[in-house]
Design a protein around this ligand. Sequence first.
Ligand code: FE2
Ligand code: FE2
Length: 168
Amino acid sequence: MGLFSKEIKTMEDLYLHALQDIYYAEQQILRSLDEMIEKATNRELTKAFKAHKAHTENQIDRLGQAFELLGEKPKGTSCPAIDGLLKEAKSVASDISDKALLDAALIAAAQAVEHYEITRYGTLITWSRQIGSGAVAKLLQITLKEEKAADKRLSELAQAKVNAKAAK
Ligand SMILES: [Fe+2]
Ligand SMILES: [Fe+2]
């Protein structure tokens, strides 16, 4: 048994645990997006972070609906993976004073988070279809699309502007 969670015995337990894990993760991400918005200098990057913050708020609501559809109370469970990614992002950012370089680092850190979310939602959608509910799968598909779009937008920003400026 894990340190923070109850024993997982069935696929249903595992599924619920994964939902609780991403519910917690999204809330931590929402908080850290505030910091990223504050630290980013490039206007397009600030805009992208702000847009994704609004998406993240909707994603948390969607997860609440998913719990409801499954007859469960919305609840988070500690997720050491996201804690680690966000902790690293924070500590790297605090080591950088050059603004352009900081933008590049923020994008790299944010993309690590997006990829984490993409893998989690991918699994959750498959599990929803198999053992959860098709309606939950549909809801989470919307979120997955947003995460992929956010990742793509960050790649474009890095490639078009931010990296070149940081490398000067
Ligand atoms: Fe998200
Ligand atoms: Fe995201």
